[in-house]
Design a protein around this ligand. Structure first.
Ligand code: NAP
Length: 286
């Protein structure tokens, strides 16, 4: 039976201490850290995500500015909006909710966000710094995963880490962070031959694939640390992880549940990144 890495409980604790910190920052500087959240179009999942981000901001005293635009917004219009936010001294952090409508190039938009306001850490300059091991804004989900591991005092140096999924938002940046912690990292994907051979060798198994129960108990090394980022919503709306939690928890030493594992940590790290952007902005102005 494994230790459950409880992201919900840890994110609650982190948010409590951030609330105190935000109060102090407000008294010191006369304004709250401000996150602008830009939503284009009416994708129902995106609408739920942005509202929960704004709610989380409010719950700890950050200012969350939701900026909603019609699906028909053009790319130049969106780039203009971002330029204005880049130049607004009272906006510390900018998040453009993805996916964008298909007539807008996501990469162009990401690159238009000022590096120091890029709260998601997706700007190419932040990506390069992450891989070079330099100080940068670290993407929220990978940062949340590493914080869960750190809180559980799990030493990763010399461990064999296998990352399933090579997405830019989770798989690749988490691989970079595991490498920083001196793990030996393998990244797998749909072209990987015999996935089970790889997963069975993992001391740390990170699953960043949205396929229900891709990883079953026979694919996990006894005593492994298993982190499940995958989210799959079935026709009834029930959410499943990429790992067969009920069976894998009998084999692993540590495991994250879905929901209640990595998800809440992502939101907590978004709040933390917003505060970091604010501190950078305030220091720049003084
Ligand atoms: P993504 O960019 O679509 O990447 C998915 C990756 O999975 C791809 O690299 C794909 O390989 C790989 N893959 C798919 N089937 C596979 C298989 N059978 N064997 C090995 N690899 C396979 O997705 P993402 O943005 O990284 O997100 C991954 C999952 O995490 C999604 O379910 C997403 O909803 C979830 N997520 C959760 C949170 C959270 O806070 N909990 C945050 C972000 C994302 P190829 O590259 O070869 O196609």
């Amino acid at each position: 039976m494994s230790v459950i890495l409880d992201g919900r409980a840890l994110s609650y604790q982190l948010k409590e201490s951030m609330r105190d910190k935000v109060r102090t920052l407000f008294f010191q500087n006369g304004r709250r850290p401000t996150l602008a959240v830009v939503l284009v179009g009416n994708n129902p999942d995106s609408q739920i995500y942005v509202r929960s981000k704004i709610k989380a901001c409010e719950s700890i005293g950050l200012e969350g500015r939701l900026m909603e635009y019609d699906e028909s917004l053009s790319e130049p219009e969106l780039l203009n909006i971002i330029q204005r936010l880049n130049g607004d001294p009272e906006v510390d952090a900018i998040l453009v909710q993805l996916p964008l409508p298909t007539h807008i190039c996501e990469q162009t938009v990401i690159e238009a966000i000022a590096q120091e306001k890029d709260v998601d850490g997706f700007h190419p300059l932040n990506v390069v710094s992450l891989w070079q091991g330099e100080k940068c804004i670290v993407p929220c989900t990978p940062k949340g995963i590493m914080r869960l591991l750190q809180e559980a005092k799990l030493d990763l140096a010399g461990k064999r880490a296998v990352v399933v999924g090579r997405g830019n938002i989770v798989g690749k940046p988490t691989a970079a962070l595991l490498l920083r912690e001196n793990a030996t990292v393998t990244i797998t994907h749909t072209f990987t031959q015999n996935l089970k051979n790889h997963t069975l060798s993992a001391d740390v198994l990170l699953v960043a694939v949205g396929r229900k129960h891709l990883i079953t108990a026979d694919m996990v090394k006894p005593g492994a640390i298993v982190i499940d980022v995958g989210l799959y919503r079935d026709e009834q709306g029930k959410v499943w992880g990429g790992v067969d939690f009920e069976h894998v928890k009998e084999v692993a030493s540590h495991i994250t549940p879905v929901p209640g594992g990595v998800g809440p940590m992502t939101i907590a790290m978004l709040m933390e990144n917003t505060i970091e952007c604010y501190l950078h902005n305030i220091n720049k102005q003084h």
